[in-house]
Design a binder for this molecule. Structure first.
Ligand SMILES: C[S@@+](CC[C@H](N)C(=O)[O-])C[C@H]1O[C@@H](n2cnc3c(N)ncnc32)[C@H](O)[C@@H]1O
Length: 271
């Protein structure tokens, strides 16, 4: 099995900076043969590192974004990039691709889109400005293109070897494993105030959604990731120290605000 310290295909939010800590954790928790359930699997990097470090452990990767489909199509992606390289060869690396080359690139991508699967995220990382992602030919054709094309093929060999791949909402997967003995849940939800443009769930994650995730932490063994910019830990700490308070807004009425088309709201409880 080959060791990866980063996801082999581009993925925003992958935990490459935590590989070392995850290895230590797998050694410490996996000794007795734990089951790791990666509820927000993303690129599968966490699952890969856990399985690589602890081969006898069961590792379940929740591939909510269908990353494994991208892996399965890597041959086609490599072929497409090979066809695109000569087209952009006259453009300085990282520079904007202007006409007439731009139209040639779009025509080539259209040819691939018409004949089958296109990994739009990998293509975007090669031809769009950093952190810009197109999800379709229409979106791609409407963007400014840059020559960020990589010079070698992607290699994904053995990346998910031994890992069990599933794809479902994290709550459903959590329910399937909550009573399994020796289970360790990995929770790496989309961060608050993070651009989730690359993720399948383009539905907006509200504060309630982040708080709902915390229900999976109660009475379980877990690894939880969050951003230092998120106030979740501070909020949870405060709630823990002030449990008796309940919901102080219980019975209060919202006055004004959204209905009147402004952001501020007034809550009133006068009895
Ligand atoms: C921060 S990323 C996880 C990154 C991952 N740990 C890695 O190393 O690549 C969060 C992931 O949660 C996924 N997600 C969003 N809503 C979800 C849901 N309801 N159930 C499961 N996964 C979800 C997103 O699509 C995204 O892939």
């Amino acid at each position: 099995m080959k060791k990866y310290t980063g996801a082999p295909l581009p993925f925003q939010g992958q935990k490459r900076r935590f590989v070392h800590q995850l290895e230590e954790l797998a050694v410490r928790l996996g000794g007795g043969g734990a089951t790791f359930v990666d509820l927000f699997g993303g690129s599968g990097l966490v699952s890969h590192v856990l399985k690589y470090t602890c081969p006898h452990c069961r590792v379940v990767y929740n591939d909510y974004d269908h990353y494994s489909e991208r892996l399965a199509n890597v041959g086609r992606t490599n072929e497409m990039l090979r066809a695109l390289r000569p087209i952009v060869s006259g453009v300085t690396r990282t520079r904007r691709i202007d006409e007439p080359v731009r139209s040639q690139v779009v025509a080539e991508v259209e040819r691939w889109a018409k004949s089958g699967y296109v990994d739009w995220f990998s293509l975007s990382s090669n031809l769009l400005f950093t952190m810009n992602y197109a999800h379709s030919l229409e979106e791609f054709a409407g963007q400014t293109l840059y020559n960020r094309i990589r010079q070698d093929d992607y290699n994904v060999e053995g990346y998910l070897e031994g890992v069990e791949v599933v794809s479902m909402d994290y709550r459903q997967l959590f329910d399937q494993f909550r009573l399994v003995s020796d289970v360790v849940f990995v929770l790496d939800p989309p961060y608050l105030s993070t651009d989730c443009g690359m993720y399948k769930s383009d539905s907006y994650w509200r504060l309630t959604d982040y708080l709902d995730v915390l229900k999976c932490l109660q009475g379980t063994r877990f690894v939880y990731f969050t951003s230092s910019k998120s106030a979740i830990i501070e909020l949870a700490d405060w709630m823990g120290r002030n449990q008796a308070i309940g919901n102080p807004f219980d019975g209060a009425k919202v006055v004004g605000g959204i209905a009147l088309n402004y952001d501020d709201i007034m809550l009133v409880k006068a009895i």
